[in-house]
Write a protein that binds this ligand. Structure first.
Ligand code: G6P
Length: 611
């Protein structure tokens, strides 16, 4: 939620900020603003997307080599110009941008009001700006100390960048909960919520840890703890190319990311499958393998699409590793006093590695001494750093807010883990193991074949773009795929859609079916094929429209359904990786035809760093 970017150096800051904000816009796009220092501090902010801000500043003098920018996903106060960041403290000393939530802001605000502070916005961030100023003026302390003291009074999450006009040659940044990355250039420093605004300028970065404060000057960087202990930061090399975060000719990031799946899945198992296809090697799990194979139970935690991947994981681990699995939403798990045993293994799944609820669930699991593993996409993000071990998905940057390639990469990792544990526990023979590996490595080519049918998926999308409701049905491994298909549609096209286990249809959703209701049924050939055929009959008997995802060449369902989306044959355990692709494309085309902003759907953000 919210993207922040700052710069201090030799270059003109405005283009750095605006380009940075465009890259961070996936984190929120309710409003955007920048502050540029050139003697005076000029603040420009506008409701709406970064493009609105760009129009607004087009005739302004934007000279300056120090500045900060923010793109907002509103928490406190509606999206408007006043609530947009940066916020300036009452007496104009401090300018601040913030990602996160100050939970005790109301109490702090009341205290400041008794000290004659009057607030212009409804935000928690203005409270922080005024708190820093109050401490600075009253305590006659340095800017850095004022920031550190103010933060000790704050409960909540923050990634902040602060500028004070009295110490004009520096920016101060701090984080707790919300991510911050510092980029190191020549006599210049960048700071941002993630590396995407930085990668075109430098590949040397430092990931700030919780409770760290950074003091950035043009030729000096100091990092310390909130209680003033200087730290020796670890400089890392970014493994990210600029091309990976551009559209490369595609109309939308989402479409690009759907089409990238053959490559992203290959990147996920690259180097992890022996060349002769006899073995899976997950280096990140070597040290914890004994605990993993002896787990009493696996608890998978995630939010949104990552939770759906976790549900596929449940089927995989139970079928192959024969370990009982529970799949939990981070937000539910953290607040319901769950029973966690020391020999439980908790697997946190997250594309961004920054989801607040998933992170909180990890802390709880660690407190209870469970082994906690991460399956994350963003290298260096908080979850991989908070977990005991894990496996990166290596799907490359995912920028479209609706997750696509991250889902298939997560399922790929879960499949590799389940198959590997299964073999280690001797639940499958070497031959079965190798057959599964062969199947896994065939998936990218099979997805290539599905993508060739894009025009047909688009044609079907055109027929149902004006529907007001959709139902998605699947059984077994395809139940989570049905949930994911429904989520994709509602996220980006704003059509109400529900995913259901196909057999449960009889217990409620069947009442919704009429001749206007498209029902997407995942009906590829597996052990429940006959049952799903019956479910299709039940829909047809009530005049529903059936769009079926089928195994190619299946004439039985082809003759029964109104439309079919064909996918190649595959082993059931991995078929979720195929079945989801036509559903992603169906939602994509429907959303485009409805004129929706596919990459930045209303009210959503890619990375939910608040509760
Ligand atoms: C947001 C995004 C979803 C994502 C979910 C979990 O809601 O819009 O696409 O699935 O967060 O995010 P994570 O980064 O933890 O996978």
């Amino acid at each position: 939620m919210c993207g922040i970017v700052g710069y201090i150096g030799q270059k003109q800051v405005c283009p750095i900020l605006i380009n940075g904000l465009k890259r961070l816009e996936y984190r929120g796009y309710d409003s955007a603003g920048i502050a540029i220092v050139n003697g005076e501090t000029s603040v420009y902010k506008k409701q709406g997307k970064v493009s609105e801000l760009e129009k607004f500043i087009s005739n302004k003098d934007l000279t300056g080599t120090i500045g900060m920018g923010h793109t907002r996903w509103a928490t406190h106060g509606e999206p408007n110009d006043v609530n947009a960041h940066p916020h300036v403290s009452q007496n104009g000393y401090f300018t601040i941008i913030h990602n996160g939530i100050i939970e005790n802001y109301a109490r702090l605000k009341r205290k400041l009001e008794t000290r004659d502070y009057v607030f212009k916005s409804e935000t928690d961030t203005e409270v922080l700006a005024n708190l820093i100023e109050f401490i600075y003026l009253k305590g006659k302390v340095s800017v850095e100390l004022a920031v550190r003291l103010a933060l000790t009074k704050v409960i909540g999450a923050y990634g902040i960048v602060v500028y004070c006009k009295n110490e004009p040659e520096q920016l101060v940044a701090a984080r707790k909960g919300s991510p911050l990355v510092i980029g190191i250039g020549d006599d210049e420093y960048f700071i941002a919520s993630d590396a995407t605004p930085i990668v075109e300028h430098t590949k040397s970065v430092i990931y700030l840890n919780n409770d760290n404060v950074a003091i950035l000057k043009r030729n000096e960087l100091v990092i310390k703890t909130l209680d003033d202990i200087k730290l020796k930061p670890k400089i890392q090399k970014l493994n990210l190319e600029i091309g990976e975060i551009e559209k490369n000719g595609y109309e939308h990031f989402m479409l690009k990311e759907i089409f990238e799946q053959p490559k992203s899945i290959l990147d996920t198992f690259r180097g992890r499958v022996a060349k002769d296809l006899t073995e899976i090697r997950l280096g990140g799990l070597y040290d914890v393998m004994d605990r993993l194979i002896n787990a009493r139970r696996i608890i998978i935690i995630g939010c949104g699409t990552s939770w759906h991947a976790g549900l596929v994981g449940e089927y995989l681990f139970e079928e192959y590793a024969r370990i009982p699995v529970e799949v939990e939403y981070g937000s539910e798990f953290r607040y319901r006093n769950p029973v966690i045993y020391e020999d439980d293994v908790v697997i946190a799944i997250s594309q961004s590695g920054e989801t607040a609820d998933t992170l909180a669930a990890i802390s709880l699991a660690k407190e209870n001494k469970a082994l906690v593993l991460g399956i994350c996409n963003v290298v260096g993000s908080s979850i991989p750093r908070e977990t005991h071990a894990g496996v990166y998905t290596h799907a490359g940057p995912e920028i479209g807010v609706a997750s696509t390639k991250a889902f298939t990469a997560q399922v790929t990792v879960l499949a590799m883990m389940a198959i590997l544990i299964s073999r280690k526990k001797k639940q499958i023979t070497q031959e079965e193991y190798e057959n599964l590996i062969k199947e896994l490595v065939s998936i990218p080519d099979k997805i290539e074949q599905i993508l060739k049918l894009n025009d047909e998926f688009k044609r079907i999308a055109g027929l149902y773009k004006d529907a007001t409701n959709f139902l998605y049905l699947g059984r077994g491994y395809f139940f989570p795929v049905a949930l994911e298909g429904a989520l994709k549609l509602k996220e980006i096209s704003y059509i109400h859609a529900e995913g259901y286990p196909a057999a449960e249809m009889k217990h409620g959703p069947i009442a919704l079916i009429d001749e206007k209701m498209p029902v997407v049924v995942i009906a590829t050939k597996d052990k429940s094929y006959e049952k799903i055929v019956s479910n299709i009959q039940e829909v047809k008997a009530r005049k529903g429209i059936v769009i079926a995802v089928i195994t190619e060449g299946d004439l039985v369902i082809k003759n029964m359904a109104d439309h079919v989306l064909e996918v190649p044959k595959s082993k059931t355990a991995l078929a979720a990786l195929l079945a989801v692709v036509p559903l992603q494309l169906l939602s994509y085309h429907i959303a485009v035809m409805r004129g929706c902003n596919v990459d930045q759907p209303r009210n959503l953000a890619k990375s939910v760093t608040v509760e």
